[in-house]
Design a protein around this ligand. Structure first.
Ligand SMILES: Nc1ncnc2c1ncn2[C@@H]1O[C@H](COP(=O)(O)OP(=O)(O)OP(=O)(O)O)[C@@H](O)[C@H]1O
Length: 578
């Protein structure tokens, strides 16, 4: 029943157009059903040697009206199907963009793309084949059965036995069709996810000579989709002949017993013609119902995969707490504060253990610690990609949970270590999320981040496309573009994950000076692996296995923290670059 329930929920907002399509389809069927009555009068008249012209004229007009109603009904149905699919895609993509970051940790992006594109296309076919016509089919069937019962109940009983048998056969296979449809859609999702993995990391694939490995993975996923689709096609193919057999069998049975009854005088030839003609209008709704049932089963897997995405939790702003509103503007407060924050990606495995620190409104705070200590996790919580399990994150002295996400992220800028850029021009990337910015401001920030020459040397300057993920730029250029983007957005706090990671000593010195300037107008928090970055900080936090083990200035930590002393002893100083 899941497929029908999901379809019902999806169709809820489109009752009007669906009813319109069904009404037009039903009107077509009703117009068709009146034709046998006129045909009977025409045939009986012809048998008595007279052509009844008014009857023939009415019959022709009915044919035309019938055809027009059906054509219009099909168009309205297709239109409704397209509208529903467009709206479903909008809802789905809008939802995906707001899904909590944690949900992406357990899912493959390729599979999510498959759900937004492939599965919605399957659902579109389902809608096109089942809604409207399916409903009209049921109504048409009822009308046709009523007419046939009025014409000849005995012949109708023969017909119903045959149709009932084939419908029962269809229902027996539909459950399996639904399971096969789910398997097929999952396999299609896996295929797209594998393709996204291979193409997204194509340089790695080539460098590791892993083309055969990736090709084999893709083959396996394609093979699984192929087998599941074949299984489904086989079962659907069975339902077609079941319908045809029922229709042909019913016609034969009606003609045989009808002929006997005509010769015995129990019915006229006109009665038999009318019944046979009316039966053709029974075949159409029966076919429509068969189609609708099998389409819903085929689309059920895709619909279920879509409803799963729609059930993923999204980021939702909480109502602003009254106490928080009263606290007013707070430039004097620390821009960011962690109070006894505990957090784990999985229950029972804490990555942060009671972390507490403050970042003042101006100046540079460095975060140091061994790999895996939880430094990026602190940034993820500061950006509210995840919420703490215990404790709280405060922005300007207010519990961050009560600030709308958009406002929070406007105040806290993030530059990640691998500085991903988006496909588009350099200008698009610089202005991404920045709001209105003048050209003068752009050029000032380009100068600050050492990008003026880079931009000038690009073929179309700022309007040069940077390629997928910014691949046409070097790692260092990408990182500086990411920093420039963050500066243009003018947040209160900038989180930088090792800003000098990809830079040569000259650029590193220039950027260190820039960050020094930036720290005078806003707060900076920097994950630092290089000692040059650490030394520039006004305050340093040492993180080890999820806990802050020491806090202080460079000279304080040299005395207080053995880890920091080791870091200072091992890390090359900028002077070493000469
Ligand atoms: N999305 C995630 N899901 C599950 N575990 C994660 C996730 N991200 C990080 N972890 C785990 O959390 C721990 C801390 O990771 P984190 O990236 O915060 O460390 P880090 O100090 O930034 O390390 P590095 O200096 O190497 O970047 C690690 O054990 C890591 O495996």
């Amino acid at each position: 029943m899941a497929g029908w329930r999901d379809l019902g929920r999806l169709a809820r907002g489109y009752r009007g157009p669906i009813a319109g399509a069904a009404a037009l389809s039903l009107l077509g069927t009703l117009l068709a059903l009146t034709q046998p009555l006129l045909a009977r009068a025409a045939v009986d008249g012809a048998a008595a040697g007279q052509l009844r012209w008014p009857v023939l004229g009415a019959l022709t007009a009915l044919f035309a009206a019938h055809a027009s109603a059906l054509a219009l009904g099909r168009y309205v149905q297709a239109h409704t199907g397209e509208t529903m699919t467009r709206d479903l895609r909008r809802t789905l993509t809008g939802h995906l963009l707001r899904v909590r970051i944690a949900a992406f940790d357990d899912r493959r992006v390729g599979d999510l793309i498959a759900r937004a594109c492939g599965d919605t296309t399957v659902v579109k076919t389902l809608i096109a084949q089942s809604l409207g016509t399916g409903l009209a089919g049921v109504a048409g069937l009822a009308a046709a059965v009523a007419l046939l019962a009025w014409l000849d109940p005995w012949l109708l009983a023969t017909v119903m036995v045959l149709f009932g048998g084939s419908f029962a056969a269809l229902l027996a296979v539909v459950r399996r069709v639904r399971i096969a449809s789910r398997t097929a859609q999952n396999a299609e999702g896996a295929l797209l996810a594998d393709l996204e993995r291979a193409l997204g990391g194509i340089r790695l694939v080539r460098a590791c000579r892993a083309e055969p490995l990736e090709a084999a993975r893709l083959d396996t996923s394609a093979g699984r989709a192929y087998l599941a689709n074949l299984r489904m096609a086989g079962m659907v193919a069975l339902s077609g002949p079941a319908n045809d057999l029922a229709v042909s069998g019913a016609f034969l049975a009606v003609l045989l017993s009808g002929a006997a009854r005509v010769s015995s005088g129990a019915m006229t030839l006109g009665d038999l013609v009318a019944f046979t003609l009316a039966m053709t209008y029974l075949a159409a709704p029966v076919y429509e119902i068969f189609q609708a049932v099998s389409a819903v089963q085929q689309g059920a897997g895709a619909l279920q995969r879509i409803t799963e995405v729609l059930a993923l939790p999204v980021e939702r702003d909480r109502p602003v707490a009254v106490a928080a509103v009263r606290s007013g503007a707070r430039p004097a407060r620390p821009v960011l504060e962690f109070r006894d924050v505990w957090f784990g990606y999985r229950p029972g495995a804490p990555v942060l253990r009671g972390v507490g620190f403050t970042v003042p409104a101006r100046g540079q705070v460095a975060l140091v610690g061994p790999s895996g200590a939880g430094k990026s996790t602190i940034f993820a919580l500061a950006e509210r990609f995840y919420e703490p399990d215990r404790g709280s994150v405060l922005l300007h002295g207010r519990d961050a949970r009560f600030t709308p996400y958009a406002r929070h992220r406007a105040a806290v800028g993030l530059v990640e270590q691998d500085s991903p850029l988006l496909a588009g021009t350099l200008r698009d990337n610089l202005l991404y999320g920045a709001g209105p910015v003048t050209d003068r401001e752009i050029h000032r920030v380009l100068a600050m981040t050492g990008l003026t020459r880079v931009a000038a040397e690009l073929p179309a300057g700022l309007d040069t496309p940077v390629g997928d993920h910014g691949r046409r730029l070097s790692g260092g250029q990408r990182q500086r573009v990411a920093i420039a983007r963050c500066l243009l957005a003018r947040p209160d706090l900038i989180l930088l994950d090792e800003p000098t990671a990809h830079l040569d000593p000259d650029s590193e010195r220039a950027l260190t000076t820039t960050l020094h300037e930036v720290a005078e107008v806003c707060a900076l928090m920097v994950i630092a692996h290089r000692f040059s970055t650490v030394r520039a900080a006004t305050s340093i936090l040492v993180l080890d296995r999820g806990a802050i083990t020491a806090t202080g200035t460079h000279s304080e930590l040299l005395l207080a923290s053995p880890y920091y002393r080791r870091l200072a002893a091992q890390t090359p100083t900028p002077q070493m670059y000469g």
